[in-house]
Design a protein around this ligand. Structure first.
Ligand SMILES: NC(=O)c1ccc[n+]([C@@H]2O[C@H](COP(=O)([O-])OP(=O)(O)OC[C@H]3O[C@@H](n4cnc5c(N)ncnc54)[C@H](OP(=O)(O)O)[C@@H]3O)[C@@H](O)[C@H]2O)c1
Length: 278
């Protein structure tokens, strides 16, 4: 598995496995299949209510803990007491430390939560801390008034929502760009029907989903596709035996519609949806 080095020297796999909306009863099996297929980064969150099942898979997989990269996120409802949230995540997953903990959304008391994460990183309970759904104005603010620069910003990023402007700001501040919804949550799957994508897929004997994932990896974006199907779990990691040309990358860049299908903290309707999560 290829890795990128984050701003604190910790390495992160360029491709990992997502677990959003994976039902509790499917989580253990799909995470185990992912680890058996070669994934080492597993992405969960307090808000997904499946950390215990991720923990079952970690316990059963037989891969040494230090070879795995486990991410979780603190939900904004817990920002006043992020320590308890992180300790609960550790307990649910039966782990001594987490590789990456993110603030899930830039709402509520995220300054307090960030300072707690800074302390927990110092204490060795977390190897790297980062943010999610932070637009550049929010992370620039956070960086200016706190000690640690986020290692990661996890934001919706896919063929139709490439976040090229955000990537420039992340680069400027040394933040690694991580994509969620790299396949558009399968809602905007007309991206798999794009003639350019299909042409490139045919040329390399790959699927359109693999082309989309490879494109983001080549753009130095870490991807964490989710699936509950073994064939797709294997398909999504099988992207390391081909490379796109500069011309192909340039052509894929033109397909950016700057269109969010999942989250965007600037969009009040999306914010209302996020606020209503239980
Ligand atoms: N920080 C945040 O706010 C945030 C928000 C959303 C997601 N995330 C994280 O990012 C991860 C990935 O995002 P996501 O799960 O929202 O969306 P995604 O990975 O873009 O898409 C997942 C959907 O695509 C389908 N799929 C998977 N592989 C496929 C393939 N090769 N061909 C066709 N369809 C395929 C899956 O169906 P099946 O499962 O039926 O195969 C599922 O419906 C999440 O699981 C979560 O860990 C974070």
């Amino acid at each position: 598995m290829k890795t990128l080095t984050m701003n604190n020297g910790v390495e992160i796999p360029v491709l990992g496995f997502g677990t959003f909306r994976t039902a509790q009863e499917e989580t253990e099996k799909s995470v185990l299949t992912a680890i058996e297929s070669g994934y080492r980064l597993i992405d969960t969150a307090e808000a997904y209510h499946n950390e215990e099942y991720v923990g079952n898979a970690i316990a059963a997989c037989g891969v040494p803990r230090e070879e795995l990269f486990i991410t979780t996120k603190v939900t904004f409802r817990a920002f006043d007491d992020a320590r308890t949230s992180v300790e609960n995540s550790l307990r649910y997953m039966r782990l001594d430390y987490l590789d990456l903990v993110l603030l899930h959304w830039p709402f509520g008391n995220y300054y307090a939560a960030w300072r707690t994460l800074e302390k927990m990183q110092e204490e060795g309970k977390i190897r790297a801390i980062g943010v999610s759904n932070f637009n550049p104005d929010r992370f620039i603010d956070l960086i200016h008034y706190n000690k640690v620069t986020p290692a990661i910003n996890q934001i919706e990023t896919n063929l139709y929502c490439q976040r090229q402007a955000e990537h420039v700001w992340e680069d400027k501040y040394g933040i690694t760009h991580q994509s969620y919804a790299p396949l558009g949550q399968n809602r905007a799957n007309e991206m798999f029907e794009e003639p350019i994508v299909k042409m490139i897929a045919e040329k390399y004997g790959k699927t359109p989903a693999q082309v989309c994932l490879r494109f983001m990896i080549e753009e130095k974006v870490v991807v964490i596709p989710k699936s509950t199907h073994a064939n797709r779990i294997k398909e999504n990691i099988d992207v390391f035996d081909f490379a796109l040309t500069e011309t192909e990358i340039a052509a894929l860049r033109t397909l950016d519609k700057k269109m969010n299908v999942a989250g965007n903290p600037e969009n009040p309707e999306k914010v209302e949806i996020a606020m209503s999560w239980k």
